[in-house]
Design a protein around this ligand. Structure first.
Ligand code: N01
Length: 541
């Protein structure tokens, strides 16, 4: 290994990982314990958990079933951990990750309460020079951001926002000690997947809750349930089959098998099929209904209409029900389908007001609330559930520069571009775990992370084993992968939606489809073939 370094005070490590969520923890385990490398991990929080550390807002819960949303790499770990609910709440997942960190003795190599300030590739030494907000410097051969796809807050800007004198919260950075809303007038901006979890819980506590909705959502019930120990044991008895089915699936969870075209069934058959999936809960309706739901507008509308009917049945006031129904033309499932528990019934409560800010926009904030074009709303506390600058936000915050001092922001000025979601041209030895243009968020995240971490560890073993200095995506490979990702996405209805998959939720962010939609199974075959072909599409030196 090249130990040259222009900054003698730097700590020399083989790899520097940023983040200690699912991705950072497993990457650290593989590189340190399987490859025997010297690894430093930097984490801004005071503990492990990543997204499950920060998102401890009321109602936070995973919408992938617990036995799937967990690591598969250790059979012992799989058997030891007991899940208490079909869909685990945030605190249980956080406890699980703390247990993982303890079991594999990971925390001793994680520096908590510390942020990466900059990461620059030094061409003279072929090493990454990384600085932190604590003034430390690292020199690392490999730089591995494991910063999550949804970790950089999107807080919209409003006129006189700072004049509001009450308490302000962002769901993705919730106070560790929790918040007591008892007796408070609370407002929330946003009605995405997060807000749909928060709203029913806050409504139960607050004196009054005002929901500012810009776009209604097609949410479907989660159908969570408590798991008995016997049920947990039964699932674990079949873990091998369960995992194999997941790896061989489109989304990393074996959802119900899709039927053919929605338009080939009669209305009666369709409704029966939708009802069954609705009762099944979670993403069954989204991922498991008909093959053309996300491809054909007429097929899509049949399911959109099914959900509108459900909303109208559940919301007593017809006017409020209509406000909550996404209008015709707003396609179903092209934004991620939120999963809900009692969300629509929340609007039957006397202490909840729904405000349509598409019709009457937010004009300005005041010291006691905010004013829309219609009226002034007063509240004591405000919750932003306004989403994230997905994929790129957290990477850009680290001031990453590649060959020739090129900032990652400049390389991605027209939108994020990678080869396989793992590597960007001009940024040698940098690997993005679940990066842009990988299946990431449309595959069961812990398995998507395992897939990437194992590929990266194998790649590093290959490079080190051959005494090579660098591996780097070729610019043409990046072009081709971007084109392939786009082509697959363009065949679907997804790019038309103003979703964070497209970067469309952030004003000014270039619109590029950020997820590989060919399915995790197909993607895995592609990256494995690239590795088997001596890392075809990469330049090795
Ligand atoms: O964020 P979002 P999220 N003025 O971007 C509104 C994951 N997740 O945090 O739709 C007014 O989806 C915005 O309105 P509009 C999951 O992958 C997982 O809810 O842009 N409103 C929308 O209503 C999910 O997809 C779990 O018109 C503004 C909301 O804010 C992802 O996180 C649970 C606004 C943002 O919705 C993000 O979900 C929860 C403005 N200027 C979330 N700007 C699990 O269970 C934005 N909004 C694992």
């Amino acid at each position: 290994m090249n130990q040259q370094n222009k900054t003698p005070s730097s700590q020399q490590v083989d790899a520097l990982i940023v983040g200690a969520g699912f991705a950072g923890l497993y990457m650290l385990h593989l590189l340190r314990d399987k490859l025997g490398l010297k690894v430093a991990t930097i984490e801004s929080a005071s503990g492990v958990g990543g997204t499950w550390y920060w998102n401890n807002y009321p109602g936070a819960r995973c919408d992938i079933a617990s036995h799937h949303y967990s690591f598969s790499f250790s059979k012992e770990l799989q058997q030891e951990w007991v899940w208490s609910e079909k869909y685990a709440a945030q605190d249980e997942i956080l406890r699980y990750l703390e247990y993982v960190a303890k079991r594999f003795d990971l925390s001793k190599d994680i520096q908590f309460n510390c942020r990466v300030k900059s990461a620059a590739f030094d061409e003279s030494s072929d090493r990454w020079l990384v600085t932190t907000d604590r003034g430390e410097r690292y020199s690392a051969k490999y730089f591995i951001p494991a910063v999550g796809t949804l970790s950089s807050a999107n807080i919209p800007v409003f006129k006189d926002q700072e004049s509001f004198q009450g308490d302000t919260y962002f769901t993705g950075n919730w106070p560790n000690e929790g918040v007591d809303f008892k007796g408070k007038r609370v407002a929330i901006i946003g009605t995405g997947a997060t807000a749909i979890q928060v709203i029913p819980e806050v409504a139960k506590q607050a004196a009054h809750l005002t929901v500012f909705q810009r776009t209604p959502n097609y949410a479907a019930p989660l159908q969570n349930e408590v798991l008995t120990e016997a049920e947990d044991q039964q699932l674990k008895a079949n873990y091998d089959q369960l995992r194999e089915a997941s790896w061989n699936s489109f989304a990393g969870v074996p959802f119900p098998k899709l039927k053919g075209s929605a338009l080939d069934d009669t209305q009666e058959q369709r409704l029966a099929h939708y009802e069954e999936l609705w009762q099944d809960g979670g993403f069954s309706l989204w991922i498991g209904s008909y093959q053309d739901i996300l491809y054909d507008k007429a097929a899509n509308e049949t399911l959109a209409d099914f959900i509108r009917t459900k909303i109208r049945q559940r919301v007593h006031d017809p006017k409020i029900a209509e406000m909550l129904c996404p209008p015709k033309g707003q396609t179903y499932g092209t934004k991620r389908q939120p999963c809900e528990t009692g969300y629509f019934e929340t609007y039957n409560r006397d202490n909840v007001t729904l405000v349509d800010i598409k019709r009457s926009a937010i004009k300005e904030f005041t010291s006691t609330g905010l004013r829309t074009s219609d009226q002034h709303y007063e509240f004591d506390s405000l919750i932003y559930a306004t989403g994230y600058d997905a994929f790129t936000g957290s990477l850009f915050k680290m001031d990453i520069t590649g060959r020739g001092g090129l900032p990652l922001q400049s390389h991605w000025a027209k939108g994020a571009r990678t080869y396989l979601g793992l590597s960007a041209a001009g940024f040698p030895n940098m690997f993005t775990i679940t990066g842009p243009q990988s299946p990431s968020v449309l595959f069961n995240m812990p398995l998507a992370i395992e897939m990437h971490c194992e590929w990266i560890a194998d790649c590093i073993a290959y490079i080190n084993g051959r005494g090579l200095a660098t591996i780097e995506a070729q610019a043409t490979s990046e072009d081709d992968w971007l084109a392939e990702t786009k082509q697959i996405a363009d065949a679907t209805l997804l790019p038309e939606a103003s979703s964070w998959y497209m970067g469309a939720n952030i004003p000014g962010k270039p619109r590029v489809f950020l997820v590989y939609l060919g399915g995790g199974q197909q993607y895995k075959e592609i990256i494995e073939k690239v590795a088997a072909d001596d890392y075809s599409g990469f330049r090795l030196s």
